[in-house]
Write a protein that binds this ligand. Structure first.
Ligand SMILES: [Mg+2]
Length: 110
């Protein structure tokens, strides 16, 4: 069975990112992240998406015992069934609503 691909963002989704970006350090794993990935991994093929250095991100996955859940680590928005990201607006077909959503957007961790 071919699993649908989910492209999952790193910062703010799988870790405790709070907006203070340090290119050499990835914040600690977010509580519940491992079980979240384990559940999704049963039904979907998971790819990690990050703008960070891919070697650093891969090391972080291994250190947190999460590497087994991912088929790929990429900094390119590759084709996927869905994207899971903390900084996104879901387009529902309504441009005016989308403009409002952009203007009113707030990340959950702020
Ligand atoms: Mg993010």
């Amino acid at each position: 069975m071919i699993k649908k691909i989910l492209l999952i963002d790193l910062d703010g989704v799988l870790n405790e990112y709070n907006g203070s970006y340090d290119k050499n350090f990835i914040p600690k794993i977010k509580k519940g992240a491992k079980s979240f990935l384990k559940k999704l991994n049963n039904e979907y093929e998971l790819h990690l998406y990050t703008t960070r250095n891919l070697l650093l991100a891969s090391k972080w996955l291994i250190e947190n015992d999460l590497d087994k859940f991912f088929k790929d680590v990429t900094n390119i928005k590759t084709p996927a069934y869905l994207y899971i990201d903390d900084r996104t607006v879901c387009f529902s077909g309504d441009y005016e609503k989308t403009i409002e959503d952009v203007r009113n957007f707030q990340v959950y961790w702020k």
